[in-house]
Design a protein around this ligand. Structure first.
Ligand SMILES: Cc1cc2nc3c(=O)[nH]c(=O)nc-3n(C[C@H](O)[C@H](O)[C@H](O)COP(=O)(O)OP(=O)(O)OC[C@H]3O[C@@H](n4cnc5c(N)ncnc54)[C@H](O)[C@@H]3O)c2cc1C
Length: 468
């Protein structure tokens, strides 16, 4: 076997988690090898966050041109040129990919192309070359999952990978799974003109979001003509001359041109030598402690490969945490409740902190305020509906005697463009702010950010534009 080289850190997988770790470690003076079998940037850049958000932006442009008369502007919507949309999408990805490769190169990280396999607690084999490291970071990510008996054929029964590169708008689509990915594709395809039905086994869309946000989203989807079948399991699928027929546990049969299976993503951990070298797995996810260290002292793991929220910015944060721990810096466990989450559908759903249901499960008494977007000037200008819900530790009733509510525990937003606002929500949550602290901050008028200010003013007992 040829000698690949010795490094301080060998990172296996160049997605969000792996490359963030490599970049930070190199910044801290470590010699780093980054092994990637496909393209640096991983799922997020090539098959996830970026290409979906490009499609969602094109969808917004389609809606704007279709609905422009509402604002007194005459345009005509002549249809979707899907190859041109894909060309725009690819140009975005390519530009970011080029930038990322040059950033990685500028930090003197050795990018090793090839399929890596862990062969000892301190080495990874790529082809005939052996790369050894004082430390190994596993970051092999995740891949689309399906259900037992439901085989993806890549044409009529597809995953998000194929959905992203479909060179036509399907006339109709059934989307199995009402999580983030399913909801985003439902939004895109509806804007592009498809008939869409989302099937979700749990009783609400976006099962991890606050029930009130999910209810608003469902209402908005109904207004947009997106069908939903909630609280119902998938039973069967068969091909028809026009596409697929999907049987549901409630006895209904839905027919469409394509079935998008968006029932979650599983870790890429099989056959890579992990267990043989002492790394333990639970349902395929690598087991780690609160600082992303596996049971093997030389091996850490980050990103979708571990059982933490499957988000690119979680991967970044975990990669940085590991790099700093290995660089001898003091690190603290991540508070995963404090990670902002956004679904970029129309309308958008964004949150940070805990939901009302989680507060109840944890036995925390809370005070809540729901501020409707109808009371917000900028949202009315944009003609969007939704709400801002803020949950705080219970205190005296708003406006009452004694202490007001305690720390803000959750911020939940629904409406066009609210994703950008959750950055303020995360400061409020992560800096342990109380409603009175936020109520004292002046929000610019007229902006959607005022919904955050207004909700906190109401919680602090001094509502402004608010109907009780
Ligand atoms: C459709 C879709 C939309 C999404 N949208 C968002 C979003 O808007 N915001 C958000 O935060 N997250 C989003 N995500 C999730 C996000 O993409 C993931 O959380 C993130 O990519 C995880 O990063 P990772 O580094 O753990 O894994 P990955 O990005 O999957 O990277 C793993 C890398 O390891 C490589 N690899 C695997 N095995 C080997 C091997 N044996 N040898 C060498 N290399 C290997 C792979 O080629 C890959 O490049 C989305 C995901 C999907 C599918």
């Amino acid at each position: 076997m040829a000698e690949g080289g010795h490094y301080d850190i060998v990172v296996l997988g160049g997605g969000s988690g792996g490359y963030a770790c490599a970049l930070r470690a190199a910044e801290l003076g470590k010699r780093v090898a980054l092994i990637e079998k496909d393209k640096v940037g991983g799922t997020c850049l090539h098959r996830g966050c970026i290409p979906t958000k490009a499609l969602l932006h094109a969808a917004e442009v389609a809606d704007s041109s279709r609905e422009s008369a509402k604002f007194g502007i005459r345009t005509s919507f002549d249809g979707v040129d899907m190859p041109a949309v894909l060309c725009y999408q690819q140009s975005v990805v390519d530009r970011l990919w080029k930038g990322l490769q040059s950033t990685i190169a500028s930090r003197k990280i050795d990018t090793i192309p090839g399929d890596g396999r862990l062969v000892s607690p301190t080495s990874v084999r790529v082809g005939d070359d052996l790369y050894t490291g004082d430390h190994i970071v596993l970051a092999t990510g995740s891949a689309p999952r399906s259900l037992p008996g439901l085989e993806l054929d890549g044409a009529r029964i597809i995953s998000s990978d194929e959905a992203l590169t479909l060179d036509r708008v399907p006339g109709s689509a059934i989307i199995l799974g009402g999580g983030v990915i399913g909801v985003e594709f439902a939004s895109v395809w509806r804007s592009f003109g498809a008939q869409v039905t989302v099937v979700e086994m749990l009783p609400q869309l976006l099962p991890l979001e606050d029930e009130a946000s999910a209810r608003h989203l469902q209402r908005a989807f109904r207004r947009r003509g997106i069908g939903t079948e909630l609280g119902v399991a998938f039973e069967s699928v068969r091909y028809t001359s026009a596409g697929v027929a999907v049987g549901l546990a409630n006895g209904k049969t839905l027919e469409a041109e394509v079935l998008l299976v968006a029932v979650g993503r599983g870790p890429v951990s099989a056959g890579l030598g992990y267990e043989e070298n002492g790394v333990t797995l639970t349902r395929g996810f690598v087991d780690v402690d609160a600082l992303c260290l596996t049971k093997v002292p030389t091996i850490s793991a980050v990103g979708d490969l571990i059982a933490t929220p499957q988000l690119a910015h979680v991967g970044f944060a975990e990669g940085i945490l590991v790099a700093e721990r290995l660089g001898g810096l003091e690190v603290r466990p991540i508070d995963y409740d404090g990670v902002p989450r956004i679904t970029y559908s129309d309308p958008e759903v964004a949150s940070v902190g805990i939901t009302s249901a989680q507060a109840a499960e944890r036995g925390i008494a809370v005070t809540e305020v729901n501020y409707p977007l109808g009371g917000n000037g900028k949202s009315v200008i944009l003609q969007t509906q939704g709400q801002a819900k803020v949950i705080a530790e219970a205190g005296a009733a708003p406006g009452g005697q004694g202490a007001g509510p305690g720390r803000v525990l959750g911020v939940h937003l629904v409406g066009s463009r609210v994703g950008e606002l959750i950055a303020e929500g995360q400061l409020i949550y992560n800096w342990d702010a109380e409603p009175a602290d936020v109520a004292a901050l002046i929000h610019p008028h007229p902006t959607q950010s005022e919904i955050i200010g207004e909700a906190h003013l109401a919680l602090a007992g001094k509502p402004l534009h608010f109907h009780a």
